[in-house]
Design a protein around this ligand. Structure first.
Ligand code: FMN
Length: 201
C-alpha cells in the first residue's frame, strides 16, 4: 500500500492535522508526517503542547497522544531534505498540507524548495501526484490569492477547511470530522461516515 504525506505548517487549527493523523491511522493507512518549524510554535500556542522534534520521539508522541496503534507513521524533521519523501522515486499516494500557512503557500508557488515540506510538495507536483492544500488565513491578500491560483494551475487542489452547515453538525468534533474527511476524498479512503448532501428532503 502506498503512503500518504501529511504536512503540518504554522497556521492556526493544528487540531485539523491531529484529527487527520488519527483518522488515517485508524483506517490503517501508512503515513509520513512533517511539521514545519513554525508548526511547533503554534502547537505550543494553541494546545500548550511541546511536540518532540526528534523523529522517533515524535512517532511515540503521536501514538500516545492519540492512543492509536494502528497503521504506520514515520515522522520527518522540517529541514531533512535527504528524507525519503524528498524524492520522486519514493512511492506515495499523494500529499495533504493541513493547515497550510501563507508562508508555505508562497514558497511552494515560487518553486523555492528550501525545507522538506516545500520540496515534497514540489515533488508531488512534478510527478503529477495529488497535492491537497488546506489554506488558513483571513482575510486573504492579493499575494495569497495569486499564489493559490498559481498552485491550482500547477495541479494542486485548494481545499480550505470551511464548515458545511447543511451537514447539521451538533458538536465541534462533528464539524472538524466533516472537514477532515472531505480533505481526503480524493484518495477514496472512507475515513468515517459523515452527513453528505444527498439532495433536498
Ligand atoms: C499562534 C499562531 C497562529 C498563526 N496562524 C497563522 C495562520 O492562520 N495563517 C498563516 O498563514 N500564518 C499563521 N501564523 C504565522 C506563521 O506561523 C508564520 O508565518 C510562519 O513563519 C510560517 O512558516 P511555515 O509555513 O514554515 O510554518 C501563525 C503564527 C502563530 C504563532
Amino acid at each position: 500500500m502506498s503512503r500518504l504525506v501529511i504536512a503540518i505548517t504554522g497556521a492556526s487549527a493544528q487540531i485539523l492535522a491531529e484529527r487527520s493523523i488519527d483518522l488515517l491511522l485508524q483506517a490503517n493507512q501508512k503515513i509520513d508526517v512533517i511539521l514545519s518549524k513554525g508548526s511547533y510554535q503554534v502547537w505550543q500556542s494553541e494546545n500548550g503542547v511541546t511536540v518532540p522534534v526528534d523523529e522517533k520521539k515524535q512517532e511515540i508522541f503521536w501514538r500516545e497522544r492519540l492512543n492509536n496503534n494502528n497503521g504506520e507513521i514515520r515522522c520527518h524533521k522540517w529541514n531533512n531534505n535527504a528524507a525519503s519523501i524528498a524524492s520522486g522515486s519514493y512511492d506515495t499516494l499523494g500529499m495533504v498540507i493541513v493547515p497550510c500557512s501563507m508562508g508555505t503557500i508562497g514558497k511552494i508557488a515560487s518553486g523555492c524548495s528550501i525545507d522538506l515540506i516545500e520540496r515534497s510538495a514540489d515533488v508531488h507536483l512534478k510527478e503529477g501526484r495529488p497535492l491537497i492544500i488546506s489554506p488558513r488565513e483571513s482575510p486573504f491578500n492579493l499575494i495569497h490569492l495569486n499564489n493559490m491560483t498559481t498552485l491550482c494551475k500547477a495541479g494542486a487542489k485548494i481545499i480550505p477547511c470551511i464548515p458545511s452547515w447543511y451537514a447539521k453538525p451538533q458538536t465541534l468534533d462533528e464539524m472538524i470530522d466533516f472537514m477532515v474527511v472531505r480533505l481526503f476524498d480524493t484518495f477514496d479512503l472512507n475515513l468515517k461516515e459523515i452527513n453528505r448532501w444527498t439532495g433536498q428532503k
